[in-house]
Design a protein around this ligand. Structure first.
Ligand SMILES: [Zn+2]
Length: 655
């Protein structure tokens, strides 16, 4: 019998991952022109690809009226949710090239996005998501603020995507319709990972996905910019850095997320000679990953993790292993598949994103495995396979509430019941902010008599970001005139700046930027930072709604989180305005049980007094003014009597 991956192969084979999408472009702003290069093979493929886009444009315009209607309404919905901004980009002087960070500053798992401009032409780099933080008060996540760009959609020549992590691609489903679907340039695995998301949102047919090869040396033309890719290592295969040349000759190197692994598991090592060649050519500005800039020395190779995991499997040959890992860490899955084969064990995948990512990576040829060795975790698939022959790879390494691992720890997983002596390995690091939820899962596992192994017990994980020695290597090879540390808090970026200065970078040539800073590079190599800033806000997505962190919804949630709620209901005569019956009161989180009667009675008495005095003094007062006055007076009263500041909601019903 075929395993689920083989069955999925069949489904996916009937629908190629790349070619179909790229043939259905509706973006009619600019023809995409492949610049002649010395790399004949890459060029040929690109030209063919461009042609098919143009042909399909006709087909697309002819039919699919419903799709266009859907797209129209989706775009309208997005546009209506984005904050209105009167901000216009200042005029860019002739021959200058502009850089604006739109998102990545002071954010963890951030909504990465940068913008480059030459003349009136704009290109964008990455389009990530920031997951919910405490100040979002229950909203799901935030996206880059592209509201100022909606005036320039016909000037956007393309979006360059560095790799397939959510903090670099997730917001595309929201941003693409708002920006009128600029063409997307990205590597093969990245296209595979996002395809499903675009499909679910009915955007795939509208998107122009252009595949690039990070290992190739071809140049591509995106608007007036010439773009070359270079291979870097990270925690997901197929990661690219960018070398972008402006018509003025200014050059911009963007590392994306990177580390340098000379012995990666399923990827090629970062292309150091190519980075060095760019450095010898000329790099005006290097924008480099600061995520691990506090870590000294060199990050560990993925191969070391292989050795540690191999030992764990060998020592636990008589017991079941449950390995929690990031679902995009394809190389980690490959290591476990190889180790399972060596010790005659079977791999079972648990968690939707783990199953989907492994299926996509296998389809695209990034994973090698013997048929039948990898299966989806289910009671049916484990039938006849004793626990000690099972290795379960699961999502939930961050203790996420509804993840597969959390469900196992709570005894709610439909296919896995934790057994005594099961060994749970966290093959991951803890993202800052997730410490409590991870230790909560560990505690629950220990209560179930499971054995828990984390990064602190051995080399079961290595990070995906460059440590200081790798950061130095990047700076030395690129040899830039200006250096801009990117990603994470100022603390991390400043540490990266210090590392750069320790190897000779001049302080005046280090740029610590905020989101929205406008930095213009002159043709003679000098740089100008504008006093103007793009007014970047936090755009939060909240279910089907969208707003900013300064919106009244979030403000109200903030008040309720920090205070409590008090609702006072008045029933009054429409004509005389006299109160009918008793004033009713409801409070939440305001008073303790032993004081409830006293406090409620006191508030009712005061509410009656405020209402009657106001109506007596101003008989024709409008209801909204009356409500406001009652609220203000009661806020003062409650604060002075019980030293608490609830959110007060007076409701007046006329009968
Ligand atoms: Zn990443």
């Amino acid at each position: 019998m075929n395993d689920f991956l083989d069955e999925l192969d069949q489904e996916l084979k009937s629908e190629p991952l790349v070619s179909k999408n790229t043939e259905k472009s509706t973006h009619s702003k600019k023809p995409i022109v492949a610049k002649p290069t010395k790399q004949k093979t890459g060029e040929k493929k690109f030209e063919k690809h461009t042609k098919s886009q143009q042909t399909s444009k006709k087909n697309n315009n002819r039919g699919n009226r419903n799709d266009n209607q859907n797209y129209g309404s989706l775009k309208e919905r997005m546009m209506s949710h984005l904050p209105q901004t009167k901000f216009y980009l200042p005029t860019l002087r002739e021959g200058y090239t502009r850089v604006i960070p739109i998102g990545w500053n002071d954010e963890i798992g951030s909504k990465n996005m940068d913008m480059l401009q030459y003349g009136e032409n704009i290109i964008l780099i990455d389009c990530g998501i920031q997951f919910a933080e405490t100040e979002m008060y229950g909203a799901d996540f935030s996206i880059p603020d592209i509201s100022f760009l909606t005036k320039y959609t016909d000037k956007i020549s393309g979006m360059l995507i560095t790799h397939g992590h959510l903090d670099h691609i997730w917001s595309l489903k929201v941003v693409l319709p708002a920006l009128n679907f600029p063409p997307l340039y990205w590597t093969r695995l990245t296209i595979g990972l996002i395809k499903k998301q675009l499909e679910e949102h009915k955007l795939l047919d509208k998107a122009t996905l252009i595949e690039v090869d990070a290992g190739s040396e071809k140049e591509i033309q995106v608007g007036p910019f010439s773009v070359e890719y270079f291979k870097v290592n990270h925690s997901i295969p197929d990661c690219a850095g960018l070398y972008i040349t402006s018509p003025s000759g200014a050059t911009f190197m963007h590392t994306g997320d990177f580390k340098i692994d000379l012995d990666p598991v399923i990827d090629e090592p970062a292309n150091l000679s190519r980075i060095g060649a760019f450095g010898r050519r000329w790099v005006t500005l290097l924008m480099s990953d600061s995520t691990a800039s506090l870590r000294k020395w060199h990050s560990m190779s993925e191969k070391n993790v292989w050795e540690a995991l191999d030992k764990i499997v060998e020592w636990h040959v008589k017991w079941r292993l449950i390995i929690a890992a990031f679902s995009s860490w394809i190389s980690r899955v490959q290591q476990l598949i190889d180790i399972a084969a060596k010790y005659d064990k079977h791999i079972f995948l648990s968690g939707r994103s783990m199953v989907e990512n492994v299926a996509i990576a296998k389809e695209l040829g990034y994973l090698r495995m013997k048929p039948g060795i990898v299966k989806k975790m289910s009671p049916k698939n484990t039938e006849g396979i004793p626990p000690h022959k099972q290795i379960i790879i699961t999502t939930g390494s961050q203790g996420e509430q509804f993840s597969a691992l959390s469900r196992m720890a709570e005894g709610k997983h439909n296919a896995v019941e934790i057994l005594q002596w099961d060994t749970v390995v966290f093959s991951s690091s803890v993202v800052p902010g997730n410490e409590r939820s991870v230790s909560s899962v560990i505690n629950k596992m220990i209560k179930l008599w499971a054995n828990v192994i984390t990064k602190d017990d051995g080399e079961v994980h290595t990070g995906g970001h460059a440590f200081q020695e790798e950061q130095k290597m990047m700076i030395k090879l690129a040899n830039p005139k200006y250096f801009c540390p990117i990603f994470w808090d100022l603390y991390f970026r400043n540490a990266h700046k210090n590392t750069a200065m320790s190897i000779g970078m001049k302080e005046e040539n280090c740029l610590l930027l905020d989101n929205g800073n406008i930095v213009d590079f002159a043709p003679d190599g000098s740089v100008f930072k504008s006093r103007l800033k793009v007014p970047i806000q936090d755009i939060i997505v909240d279910g089907h709604g969208m707003g900013t962190t300064s919106s009244h919804v979030l403000k109200a949630r903030e008040t309720m989180m920090n205070a409590w709620v008090l609702v006072i209901m008045f029933k009054v005569d429409k004509k005389s305005k006299a109160i009918l019956g008793h004033i009713k009161i409801e409070s939440r989180g305001l008073v303790y049980l032993d004081e409830v009667r006293y406090v409620h009675r006191m508030i009712i008495k005061k509410s009656k007094e405020i209402y009657e005095n106001t109506v007596k003094d101003v008989p024709d007062i409008e209801e909204k003014d009356l409500v406001k006055l009652i609220r203000t007076d009661l806020e003062w009263f409650v604060y002075h009597r019980i030293n608490r500041e609830p959110m007060i909601i007076p409701i007046i019903t006329e009968v």
